[in-house]
Ligand binder design. Structure first.
Ligand SMILES: *Cc1c(COP(=O)(O)O)cnc(C)c1O
Ligand SMILES: [Zn+2]
Length: 412
């Protein structure tokens, strides 16, 4: 059973049945899942959640799936790490890292895919598909393998080799497109209308897919002892994750799991080489001007972000800020996180840490705030970004004399 009432257009409010629909027929606005929050409030409790599984499915009452037979590789309930060393370096009082590098396929995409494919099975789909910047491809291929579904994933041809390998290993079909993500996405929208039997998790199932990101808010609040942080820093690709983290905080208050009204500043992080949402934020624009991406942060390289305006709106309304950071800053961010907290993030994480640093320097984040930095992907997948500047300290012959000499060198 579920508490989903209907799908509703985010722009004009038109109501739709619970099917594989994602755009409004009247105004082309995106559809959003609408819940019976009073019903959820009467049914849900901290206690039942705490006794639930150590996955996103502990929040099943707030997710749009009817059956208990989830497509579940164990996504979610990742550690919220108190980052004392990084806090000290940056000058923040209370800083946490939400370590989503530890998901089954190494990124937060496992949350959204677990929800989307659970819904897809429920709706009778047999084929899983997606347009991906890399991490989504890994996750769709893995979850489809587990669920016994065929998979077709579409990626830009310039993707990191680890992301290609970690997708093809699951045995699905991987199609590289000679173009950027926006080209891939456009093609997938066309394929989705040609192949209505395919569940494109971020096209025709996007309404359900995006709900999975709400668990990033639920977990943080629960892990903080059922309270809200003051400020969160979130990477922005399509803008879906940021928008849904904000929705998640608001829902916790709505259903009575947290008593204080949320007052969480939500800040966005983008690489300068693909920063359409950050640019709109800085210029005061209401709309997003598409960009042609050129950045090492390939998982965020979406030049025409589907949820860009909604992410912009959340950042402005909550009083958050934006970071637009260079590729050099991204690499420095990856190293800083690794060297202070022992967490190896992918390039998107470098973008987030670099943005965190910038927002502190610009005094947009203050010392007395409880800050959470979302680290959404694993560094093992983007080693190319570091390879040019990562070498062994020294190479020596296997004898003690050489090592002693080296040690003397290093210490002098
Ligand atoms: C996809 C992705 C993002 C961006 O999420 P959106 O919902 O598209 O904004 C951030 N980090 C990583 C690691 C990703 O793979
Ligand atoms: Zn509409």
């Amino acid at each position: 059973m579920s508490f989903v009432k209907a799908l509703r257009c985010r722009e004009c409010g038109h109501v739709y049945p619970i099917e594989a629909l994602h755009v409004c027929e009247f105004c082309f606005g995106p559809l959003e899942v609408d819940y019976d929050y009073e019903g959820i409030a009467a049914h849900i409790s901290r206690d039942t959640i705490e006794k639930g599984p150590g996955t996103i499915w502990r929040y099943r009452d707030l997710l749009p799936v009817e059956s208990d037979e989830y497509v579940d590789l164990g996504a979610g309930w990742t550690p919220l790490v108190r980052a004392r060393n990084l806090a000290k370096v940056l000058g923040i009082g209370e800083l946490y890292i939400k370590n989503d590098t530890l998901n089954p396929t190494g990124s937060f995409k496992d949350r959204v895919v677990s929800v989307a494919l659970s819904k897809a099975k429920e709706l009778g789909f047999k084929v899983a598909a997606c347009a991906s910047t890399g991490n989504l491809a890994n996750s769709v291929a893995a979850h489809a393998a587990w669920a016994g579904m065929e998979s077709y994933v579409f990626v830009p041809s310039n993707l990191e080799s680890a992301k290609v390998i970690a997708t093809s290993v699951y045995g699905g079909t991987v199609v590289a497109i000679d173009g950027n993500y926006d080209d891939v996405n456009r093609l997938c929208a066309e394929i989705a209308s040609e192949e209505p039997e395919w569940a494109f998790v971020n096209v025709n199932l996007r309404t359900y897919y995006s709900e999975g990101s709400k668990t990033l808010a639920y977990e943080v609040a629960e892990q903080l002892g059922w309270r809200f942080p003051d400020h969160v820093v979130v990477p922005v690709g399509s803008g879906s994750q940021l928008t849904k983290i904000n929705k998640g905080f608001n829902e916790l208050y709505k259903v009575g799991l947290v008593n204080d009204q949320p007052n969480v500043k939500v800040s966005g992080a983008q690489p300068t080489g693909c920063s359409p949402v950050a640019s709109a934020f800085f210029s005061g624009a209401e709309f997003i001007k598409p960009q042609k991406p050129s950045t090492i942060a390939k998982s965020l390289a979406i030049g025409n972000p589907a949820d860009g305006v909604y992410a912009l709106d959340v950042v402005r309304k909550t009083g958050g800020g934006f970071g637009s950071v260079s590729d050099e800053e991204v690499i420095a961010g990856i190293r800083l996180l690794a060297q202070t907290e022992g967490i190896f993030a992918e390039t998107a994480g470098g973008v987030t840490v670099a943005t965190l640093k910038k927002l502190v320097e610009e005094q947009k984040i203050s010392k007395d705030e409880t800050v959470v930095c979302y680290i959404t992907g694993n560094g093992q997948k983007t080693v190319e970004a570091l390879a040019p500047s990562s070498e062994v300290t020294a190479t020596i012959k296997p004898n003690l004399e050489q090592f002693s000499a080296l040690l003397q060198d290093l210490r002098s």
